[in-house]
Write a protein that binds this ligand. Structure first.
Ligand code: SAH
Ligand code: SF4
Ligand code: F3S
Length: 475
């Protein structure tokens, strides 16, 4: 793809700002501040996209509410990764019919990955007639224009064309926290793992210009943000489409030069593209967290091939060894799918044995869910759900044991943590994260929120650590 066709021209973005102005005038006529409800399903990409939608809504003059009956506009940002995610969305959208009955002026908008699929959009068209506007992830930057059409036109608006996708710089954003922020470094995915819907709904891989990313991160650090997570479906393929010779490790090294007291995290790393250069760069860069989310998906080389993952069990284990050699204190996490079509019990147990061999700090585990339109959905799948559940439970049991053990090793240690918020729990009033991203429930004063402190770990369980703040850390 030619980059001039990918980057949205400034004049187009200016046009969108004009629609924001017109919408502000329109909703300004209510005699009170208009209210918006934004509900988000799915991954961090979606959370960050919702922050941009909220940025546009804020610029239109909206306040935010959690109550659908108070809202003048409701935006549901949807996910399609598993059937369950879709069921939840349809349930939530179905409920909104009551809010629409009470307030026929209410604008109901659906966006995100789920609606980019033909069948889901069709179902909304047919059976969810209270929905006014539907747009896919690639159309996000045109939300103001689409909303204007939906408000002023005669009918419902659907913008779900099959687009390879673009890059829109400078969209407004509402950050949920003054301490932590997401920064997208790339969009889309070209990997086409055979079970996965993402490449079909998020378009082709495209990288933001390094200068734009550097400027955004510099701005966040200047604003006092302490933890910045770089986002992409596969951050390791960052830069392949750029004119400048720059890969993800080069980008990390450049970002690391920005002075200040902050940490850089990133997700997700595809194992096929993670190597020595990345591990060495992480080890060398003082701002880069010692944390790697390296989804293996399966411990069976045969299943990995069927999944189109591009590595074998042995190659994966070798990468883990190399990563740990470069960073002995690395916190390692992974995603796993149990019950891929054709997977045998023995193959599922190979996954359990890989998990035991690696000794992850934590896992995100899923039972395979067929996604219409993906190659895996066409494969015969004869293992009953109940049997997959048994394998899944064995995996969880193994991981829970390992997580508990790894967490226990922290007890008695003093660790530097970032206090990122209050928990609402009287006994452990603060929530904090270690450099490796482990959660520490903390005793300490609310004034510590937003600061790095030294904490003594006093207890641990399978899911988290517990501790007390020792002192303010002025390093
Ligand atoms: N880009 C990331 C993952 C995005 S989706 C990566 O490649 O690692 C997050 C996780 O959802 C995946 O890692 C996978 O474990 C899981 N997942 C994706 N499609 C799935 C499906 N059809 N059924 C079950 N789990 C799935
Ligand atoms: Fe899906 Fe694979 Fe792309 Fe991850 S790398 S988003 S699992 S296709
Ligand atoms: Fe994320 Fe779900 Fe889309 S996991 S990329 S929101 S399908």
């Amino acid at each position: 793809m030619d980059r001039t066709q990918i980057v949205i021209p400034a004049v187009e973005l200016q046009r969108q700002r004009e629609f924001i102005r017109q919408l502000a005038a329109r909703f300004g006529g209510l005699g009170r501040a208009p209210a918006a409800l934004v509900d988000t399903y799915g991954c961090q990409q979606n959370v960050h996209d919702s922050q941009r939608i909220m940025g546009m809504l804020r610029d239109m003059g909206f306040d935010f509410t959690g109550d659908p009956y108070e809202a003048d506009i409701i935006v549901i940002n949807t996910c399609a990764i598993r059937e369950n995610a879709e069921k939840k969305v349809f349930g939530a959208v179905g409920q909104l019919v009551h809010a629409k009955e009470r307030n026929p002026e209410l604008m109901i908008c659906l966006c995100g990955c789920m609606v980019q699929q033909e069948e889901a959009a069709e179902r909304i068209r047919r059976s969810y007639r209270h929905v006014d506007l539907v747009f896919g992830p690639q159309a996000l930057w045109r939300f103001p224009e689409l909303l204007w059409q939906a408000c002023t036109g005669r009918g419902r608006v659907f913008s779900i064309e099959d687009e390879p996708g673009s890059i829109a710089e400078g969209l407004p954003v509402v950050r949920e926290s003054a301490v932590k922020a997401w920064v997208s470094i790339m969009y889309g995915c070209n990997n086409f793992c055979t079970y996965c819907i993402v490449p079909y709904v998020r378009g082709r891989e495209r990288s933001r210009e390094p200068a734009d990313i550097l400027a955004e991160v510099r701005g966040l650090v200047a604003d006092g943000v302490k933890e910045i997570t770089l986002l992409g479906q596969n951050v390791n393929s960052y830069g392949r489409d750029l004119d400048a010779p720059m890969d993800f490790s080069d980008l990390l090294a450049e970002l690391d030069k920005i002075p200040g007291d902050y940490l850089l995290r990133f997700m997700t790393s595809h194992p096929k593209d993670a190597g020595e250069k990345l591990f060495d760069t992480m080890a060398r860069c003082s701002h880069v967290a010692r944390q790697l989310h390296l989804p293996v998906q399966s411990g069976s080389t045969r299943v990995l091939r069927e999944m189109n993952r591009g590595y074998t069990r042995e190659q994966y284990l070798e990468k883990v060894r190399r990563a740990r050699r470069a960073m002995p204190d690395l916190v390692l996490t992974s995603d796993i799918i149990i019950g891929f079509p054709g997977e045998t019990e023995a193959e599922a147990m190979e996954t359990v044995s890989l998990v035991e061999e690696v000794g992850y700090d934590a896992l995100f585990t899923f039972i395979y869910s067929p996604r219409p339109g993906t190659p895996a959905a066409k494969l015969p799948d004869s293992v009953p759900r109940a049997e997959k559940q048994v394998w899944f439970d064995r995996l969880l049991e193994a991981q829970n044991r390992i997580s508990a053990q790894r967490h226990r090793a922290y007890v008695g240690e003093a660790v530097r943590v970032l206090v990122d918020g209050e928990s609402g729990d009287a006994q452990w009033p603060l929530a904090s994260r270690t450099n490796g991203g482990r959660l520490v429930h903390l005793r300490g004063d609310a004034s510590l929120v937003g600061q790095y402190v030294l904490a003594r770990v006093t207890d641990a369980n399978t899911w988290a650590l517990f501790g007390e703040a020792l002192q303010e850390n002025h390093t």
